[in-house]
Design a protein around this ligand. Structure first.
Ligand SMILES: [Zn+2]
Length: 505
């Protein structure tokens, strides 16, 4: 997909910065660079390695109708942003062998905390990007940021491939007709503000399965409204997708969801391999209300409203705290979840929602990063430990000032019940959750409900559709609405011959 390697001739006149603190040499570099802004051989090497991994990932995740012959680029103007990159003459005259997309990658300094950016700069007759410009800031090409770099590159290439409002206008349906509707903007009464949602068929379908939202009230997946130009409208809403790779901020725990692959497939340019999607925990099986309601009425695991107590993060994998920020100005009306208009969560991308955020040493599962478990409280950390509310304390000892707190305790799912252990003694939990006691301890451990830790909590059968509509249709209130080209009560019949149309890029 990407011909890895340097262009045949290095183009002269690229903007660069003077390492000795003097004025910038070329016109595109508008601030004083420091040493961190220079990409030396080590940084370039790191980037090249990461680009190779990125290319491999996309080769497995997406297929495209192969370009016949060499990929010819027009090169009318420089490709990309901030001056762009002049295409090498060979790419225009002879074209590029065995390529479906050419990415021109630069390492120019960026201002602020922008890690990287990317744009598509040339499209084929169907609107698919065939050339793009990706820029990664040298100051972020450090050894420490290597995992972050991989996630960042996948994120940026997704933008070039189609996760971008400019690309949405070129999206095609199964019959290669231009799609009339990719997003829908409307005033949302429940959320109290304008909302832009992606209404593409596969995006909606995979969202329904992820959130367990099989009601007609769910119409599309929200795009980010915060973050300003460059973020708003071109990412998933962080409130709903949290650590998904196409939200407006990427970190080392970012995952690629089926919804993102679905968006690219719905472009009409690619076929997605959904087995390459990661498991997204946030919002899983939380139902239609989770997506359509403001976050202050979300259920307990996803919402916190006090700074006084620590609690468990939504998936119980860590102990966390509830960050509430006092802002100098008032928050927008729709984001006022507290009596004080200037109080709210720390992330504007996540709509100022407040939820438990893991302490840096608070993981229940990762023993390397976490602090030592408190033996007096019977805590154990490890892969099968989860955060639970507890007032346990070894007999003869007194718990600190907090009578009810939380800690990390082992759990297992056996014979349709949840069991928890303290000091190696396993006890069965009530199905709906609730207190259990242990010999040698005062106080109690509060079990989570069975569903929370032991099942994928399948949404009630009445809401689901026959054979999940074979993933060829949208399931609404128990009925399949088949995608174009599919029919039958479970969308199992197809009129499209899906023969060797695609080859892996
Ligand atoms: Zn982005």
């Amino acid at each position: 997909m990407f011909p890895l390697g340097e262009p045949p001739v290095s183009s002269p006149g690229l903007p660069s910065c003077n390492p000795h603190g003097g004025p910038p040499i070329y016109g595109d570099c508008w601030y004083n660079c420091t040493l961190d802004d220079i990409s030396g051989e080590d940084k370039r090497h790191r980037l090249r390695e990461a680009l190779g991994q990125t290319a491999d990932w996309f080769k497995r995740a997406l297929a495209v109708e192969p370009v016949k012959g060499n990929l010819r680029l027009s090169g009318y103007s420089a490709c990309g942003q901030d001056g762009g990159v002049q295409l090498p003459r060979e790419y225009i005259e002879e074209g590029v062998v065995d390529a479906d997309l050419v990415l021109l990658v630069t390492t120019r300094p960026t201002t602020g905390n922008t890690l990287a950016w990317a744009v598509a700069c040339e499209r084929d007759q169907w609107g698919r990007a065939i050339a793009g410009h990706v820029n990664v800031a040298p100051r972020h090409l450090t050894a420490e940021a290597e995992t972050l770099l991989s996630a960042t590159l996948i994120h940026e290439v997704m933008h070039v491939l189609g996760f971008d409002p400019h690309a949405f206008a070129h999206f095609r349906d199964e019959r290669k007709r231009r799609r009339s509707k990719v997003t829908e903007q409307s005033m949302d009464e429940k959320l109290g503000r304008m909302v832009t949602r992606v209404v593409l068929p596969r995006v909606v379908m995979h969202s329904r399965h992820h959130y367990g939202a099989f009601s007609e009230n769910f119409t599309g997946l929200e795009l980010e409204d915060g973050g300003g130009r460059g973020t708003s409208g071109s990412h998933w809403e962080k409130r709903l997708l949290m650590n998904e790779i196409m939200t407006g901020s990427v970190d080392t725990r970012s995952v690629v969801s089926k919804m993102t692959l679905a968006l690219l497939e719905d472009s009409g340019w690619y076929q997605a391999n959904y087995s390459m999607a990661d498991h997204l925990d946030w919002g899983r099986n939380q139902g239609t209300d989770f997506i359509t309601s403001p976050c202050n009425i979300w259920n307990g695991a996803y919402h916190c409203n006090t700074t006084n107590f620590s609690g468990c993060t939504y998936n119980r994998e860590a102990e966390g705290y509830c960050p509430i920020v006092t802002y100098s100005g008032d928050l927008p009306k729709w984001a006022r979840y507290f009596p004080q208009a200037n109080k709210g969560g720390q992330s504007s991308l996540a709509d100022y929602c407040t939820y438990f955020v893991a302490y840096s040493d608070g993981s229940c599962t990762d023993t390397n990063s976490a602090r030592a478990p408190d033996r007096m409280l019977g805590e154990v950390r490890g892969s099968n430990s989860r955060c639970m509310a507890s007032s346990l304390v070894r007999t003869g000892f007194v718990r600190g000032s907090i009578t009810q707190g939380n800690g990390c305790y082992q759990h297992r799912c056996v014979n349709n019940s949840l069991e928890v252990a303290v000091d190696g003694i396993w006890k069965e939990c009530p199905e709906a959750g609730g207190p259990v006691q242990f010999p040698g301890f005062n106080g109690e451990l509060i079990c989570p409900a069975y569903d929370e830790l032991c099942s994928n909590r399948p949404v009630s059968v009445s809401e689901q559709c026959a054979n999940s509509c074979n993933f060829n249709g949208d399931c609404v209130n128990g009925k399949c609405l088949c995608f174009l080209g599919f029919h039958g009560h479970d969308c199992s019949k197809s009129e499209l011959s899906r023969i060797h149309l695609y080859s892996i890029i």
